[in-house]
Design a protein around this ligand. Structure first.
Ligand code: MSP
Length: 480
């Protein structure tokens, strides 16, 4: 195998730098982080990217509302999103801001590359100031954005258009054949049905005046600003120094087939239709996988700051620890469907699985080992079989990007250990008890390893204690 095949490039959507992060944003970052840690643990070279989307008109408006200069406003918001790194224990390798020079360079370069597919046209349409997307009357019968619910503005401008229609057939083929794999299947079907309705050319610039001079100007026409989605999607390659044809771009994008975009279902069209079309037009390779998660909801409604349902990931992590937040998002929320958050559910999940399940087993076995002065030994036949089965389930689940199933397989191993203890009653100190405890310590080591991508802190504490380095204390104290 060529060395380049060992690489995995993982990205998340870049968050709008116009409001505070909520737990919905955290879901995607945590999913991507698990993938990154999982592949690293398997010896793959990983590049994990996240960042902030700072060039939209929504950002300008938010800054004006706060009476803060736009540049300092986006800096403050971007710093805020960056801090999710610590709060959620994220291991990203780079954080791109779309106001960086390397990004503007890349955007202008890609624009020039796709120039044969760009033309100027007068246009009148209904525009959502939130997602900066034009909608047809049929798509918004109540005059409001179908995604954001905000009133659409009727706008007439002369703008640049991209010949998306040219790529309809090619996109259909690429997606049908899974050359560009959209996960889950239901989202793939949704994208195909969108393509089959017929792709129209899309507007990819806005008047610089309406943009209040914010954003990236089109290369040859200062009166026009690059549409924020054309701009934002390019972050996936601007961070690899596409703008100056850097080696990173060659290594991670051109020569590396394994490229995974983690995104939410609301932005699938941009990633599965527009982005590949821009890449095709520029003669560049496509991503391999678009892993699409659902929404984190509160009482069945999309969690969102503007609806007042945003749950603060920073506070949650301060109160319960980053592992607990990660665990809830990965175990309770189906990876590609919507899932509901409530503090009650959060605590129930924590107490049942982390405090009673994992934490209890770990302290119980360690206590026995201390009392009986047992060191980790080799696994007995039965435990070895149980470990093998779980490892298989786990790897298969991860190959399907099914984080929940992967965790469930680890909890099967925890249940196996609980049963094994009950059955063997090693506390009685009868013959063979020390071997049972040694076996259990060995399985705990395996559990720590399997959990590393999911619960990095607990995994480290377990590993340290098992190696006799540091007492871990109570891994997950019970919550009231
Ligand atoms: N800036 C664009 C993305 C550009 S990517 C080239 C954007 N930003 S966003 O801040 O609105 O959303 C960022 C990511 O968070 C998206 O993938 C979105 O789906 C996700 N989520 C935002 N709210 C969410 C929930 N309530 N639940 C789960 N994910 C959600 O879109």
């Amino acid at each position: 195998m060529k060395a380049t095949n060992q690489k995995v490039y993982i990205s998340t959507a870049i968050d709008y730098a116009n409001a505070e992060a909520h737990l919905g944003h955290a879901l995607e970052k945590v999913q991507a982080d698990v993938l990154a840690r999982y592949y690293r643990a398997r010896g793959r070279e990983v590049f994990f990217l996240t960042g902030t989307d700072e060039n939209s008109l929504g950002t300008v408006r938010a800054a004006k509302e706060k009476k803060v200069p736009v540049r300092s406003f986006v800096k403050e918001k971007s710093d805020h999103f960056y801090k999710l790194r610590e709060a959620l224990d994220l291991s990203f390798d780079d954080f791109i801001r779309t106001t960086e020079k390397r990004h503007a360079q890349a955007v202008q370069k890609l624009w020039k590359k796709v120039k044969p597919d760009i033309y100027l046209k007068k246009y009148r349409g209904l525009l959502c100031s939130n997602c900066e997307t034009y909608f047809k009357k049929e798509e918004a019968p109540d005059g409001c954005c179908p995604v954001h619910g905000v009133k659409l503005e009727e706008v007439e401008e002369e703008n640049y258009f991209f010949k998306l229609s040219r790529y309809q057939k090619q996109l259909k083929k690429i997606i049908e054949s899974d050359e560009l794999k959209i996960i889950p299947e239901s989202r793939k079907n949704e994208v195909l049905s969108f393509i089959n309705q017929g792709l129209e050319d899309i507007c990819i610039s806005r008047s610089s005046q309406r943009m209040q001079d914010w954003g990236i100007k089109t290369p040859e026409d200062e009166t026009q600003t690059v549409w924020c989605w054309f701009d934002a999607l390019i972050n996936y390659i601007s961070a690899l120094d596409y703008g100056k044809d850097g080696q990173k771009f060659k290594d991670w994008w051109v020569d590396n087939p394994r490229k995974i975009h983690c995104i939410g279902k609301d932005i699938i069209k941009f990633h599965a239709v527009y982005w590949p079309a821009f890449l095709l037009a520029a003669g560049l390779p496509l991503p391999q996988v678009i892993l699409t998660h659902g929404w984190l909801t509160v009482d069945g409604q999309k969690m969102s700051k503007s609806r007042g349902t945003g749950v603060d990931p920073f506070k949650l992590s301060r109160d319960y620890g980053s592992d607990a937040v990660r665990y809830f998002l990965l175990r309770e929320i189906p990876p590609t469907k919507d899932g509901d958050f409530s503090l009650t559910k959060f605590k129930e999940r924590y107490n049942a699985d982390l405090a009673s399940g994992l934490g209890n087993l770990f302290s119980r076995v360690n206590k026995l080992a201390r009392e009986m002065k047992v060191e980790p030994g080799l696994a007995g036949l039965e435990t070895e079989q149980a470990i093998k089965e779980v490892q298989q389930e786990y790897v298969q689940a991860m190959a399907r990007y099914d984080f929940r199933e992967a965790l469930m397989s680890v909890w099967n191993l925890i249940a196996f250990c609980d049963q094994y203890i009950e059955q063997e009653e090693p506390w009685k100190g009868e013959e063979g008890s020390a071997e049972v405890v040694a076996d259990l310590l060995f399985v705990l080591g395996k559990i720590a390893k399997l959990l590393q991508p999911f619960l990095p802190q607990a995994s480290q504490r377990m590993t340290d204690q098992l190696a006799g380095k540091k007492e871990s204390g109570n891994l997950f104290p019970r919550l009231k």
